[in-house]
Design a protein. Structure first.
Length: 182
């Protein structure tokens, strides 16, 4: 288990387009394990490999939702990390859904982003097996958000120039207050 450093804006590596995974080996499994541990340590629900400086098409997501009708346990929601290797969106809906998004690479900043409400996704698991699934709601939003990272796109890139500047200004102000260099 290793907690990796999460890159934050304005780190230029976040603009890197990630390359497909070709080897499904122990090195991939170790990276995914470290990414998952890093995501949980940062209280995130998704993390792309590029966010930890690895330009490969790998995502981990865990919405940590409590199943309907169940009470959350004292330990918190049950962890159920999902791994997406070489993911792609096949059929985004025309209908859009808005969600107030945040990002571990743009800490403590949130903004409304509209994305396709439903998608059909295809990806590989850690063994290279191909999966396809229809997704909606938060899972569809989160997968699209994380997949943007694979193309070097941050959620703030979906905002108007003015809104993006406001988010970055708030982030820099927060960093100064905490004594963190921008």
């Amino acid at each position: 288990m290793a907690i990796l450093q999460i890159l934050e804006v304005p780190d230029a590596r976040l603009k890197t387009v990630s390359t497909p995974v070709e080897k499904f080996d122990d090195e991939l499994k170790k990276l995914v394990e470290d990414m998952t541990d890093t995501m949980y340590a940062a209280n995130g629900i998704g993390l792309a490999a590029i966010q930890v400086g690895v330009p490969k098409r790998i995502l981990v997501i865990d919405l940590q939702e409590v199943p309907e009708g169940e009470e959350p346990s004292e330990e918190g929601p049950e962890k159920n990390p999902l791994v997406f290797v070489n993911p792609e969106i096949l059929d985004p809906s025309e209908e859009l859904a808005g969600y107030k998004e945040g990002c571990l690479s743009v800490p403590d900043q949130f903004a409304d982003v509209e994305r396709p409400a439903t998608i059909r996704a295809r990806w590989q698991d850690l063994d290279g097996k191909v999966h396809e699934q229809d997704m909606e709601g938060l899972m569809a939003t989160c997968l699209q958000h994380e997949m943007d990272h694979l193309e070097g796109i941050l959620f703030i890139d979906h905002l108007s120039r003015l809104k993006r500047q406001m988010v970055l200004k708030k982030l820099n102000k927060m960093r100064k207050e905490r004594g963190v260099a921008a």
